[in-house]
Each structure stands twice: as structure tokens, then as C-alpha cells.
Design a protein around this ligand. Structure first.
Ligand code: 5GP
Ligand code: MG
Length: 178
């Protein structure tokens, strides 16, 4: 089993790059089939989604528009769930089909807050595309239109996701070793 150390914690390989790629491709074809004709705006939630977004968008079969925003802070291994504001969204989304590209939905609180903020800007449609969902941890009702993996409540790093700002560059996904 491949083990890596990030700061004071050990993590073991959970998903290889190939396995992630397979699911990212599947999601991209679902999105392409559903909304290619709607000129969607992809709204990438930084920092965690940067690698996922880069891979997902390159698998779409149509040229797309992408923008980046930041909404939440996350410290240590538990979600703070405190969204204060949405930084960096300058596009007018009124009447647009917006696809939120998120790394992971844990309690769902971050996504819920984000959806509320975006709804006030009158988009035609908002869809959620998340690389991971922790279904057993969801505390709010959410429509998650596209997802690559459902996972258990373990803390993961790699492929854009960090542990205390480190480990985002690990090419696969690693799960914390208890
Ligand atoms: P939520 O508001 O859904 O509880 O939390 C969502 C945010 O928590 C994600 O965008 C991510 O930043 C962070 N998060 C939740 N679970 C994990 C995890 O297992 N690993 C990492 N690195 N971040 C996580
Ligand atoms: Mg995130």
C-alpha cells in the first residue's frame, strides 16, 4: 500500500489517477450531452477544484467559458462550514446556465450557501458538479446533478485537495490513516 506523509499525518493511496480520469470523463460526457447547446458558464471553486476543473473542462466536447471564485475557508480536518462571501465573480450570470465545479461536498453547507448567493443573481439554471460527495455527512438537502464518486467520511488529500494547505499536488487521492 502506498503511504505518503503530509505534515503530521499519514495517508494511503485511495484512488489512482486512472480511476479518477475514468469518472471525470464520464462526468464530462454527461455534461456535454445535457447542456452543450446552452453556452454554460463553468464556475470553478478555488482552491480545491483547480486540478479537477482542468481535467473536466478538457474532456468536454464543446468550447466553454470558465471563471474562478473562492467561497470558504477550511482548517485542519473538520469543515468549518462558514461561508462569508463569494470572491472574484465579476461575470453577469443573469439568464445563464451555470455549472459549479466543486472538489468535495461534505456537510453540504458550503454548497448550500453558495447556491443562495448565486440564486440572487438570477441565473437561468444552476447545476452542481462535484468530484466527491460524502453522502453520510450531508446535513442539508441538495441537488447534486453530476458527481464522480460517493465516498465514506474519511479525510482525503491530493488531486487539488489539501491537508492544511499541503498535498494538493499529489496526483492521486489519498485517504487518512487513522
Ligand atoms: P462542507 O461545507 O460541504 O462541509 O465542506 C466543503 C468543503 O470542505 C470542501 O470544499 C473542502 O474544502 C472541505 N472538505 C470536506 N471534506 C474534505 C476532505 O476529506 N478533504 C479535504 N481536503 N477537504 C475537505
Ligand atoms: Mg471546495
Amino acid at each position: 500500500m502506498e503511504i505518503v506523509e503530509v505534515k503530521d499525518k499519514k495517508f494511503s493511496l485511495f484512488l489512482s489517477q486512472d480511476k479518477i480520469k475514468e469518472q471525470v470523463k464520464r462526468m464530462a460526457s454527461e455534461i456535454s450531452a445535457d447542456i452543450a447547446g446552452k453556452h454554460p458558464l463553468f464556475l470553478v471553486i478555488l482552491n480545491g477544484s483547480f486540478i479537477f476543473a482542468a481535467d473536466l473542462l478538457r474532456e468536454l466536447d464543446f468550447p466553454c467559458e470558465v471563471t474562478f471564485t473562492r467561497v470558504a475557508s477550511y482548517e485542519g480536518t473538520t469543515s468549518t462550514g462558514k461561508v462569508k462571501e463569494l470572491i472574484g465573480l465579476n461575470e453577469n450570470i443573469e439568464g445563464r446556465t451555470v455549472v459549479i465545479v466543486e472538489d468535495i461536498i461534505d456537510s453540504g453547507v458550503t454548497m448550500c450557501e453558495l447556491l443562495k448567493i448565486l440564486a440572487k443573481k438570477n441565473p437561468a439554471d444552476i447545476r452542481v458538479a462535484s468530484l466527491f460527495v460524502k453522502p453520510d455527512n450531508l446535513k442539508v438537502e441538495l441537488d447534486i446533478h453530476y458527481r464522480c464518486f460517493n465516498i465514506a467520511n474519511d479525510f482525503i488529500v491530493g488531486y487539488g485537495l489539501d491537508y492544511d494547505q499541503e498535498g494538493r499536488n499529489l496526483p492521486g487521492i489519498y485517504k487518512i490513516v487513522e
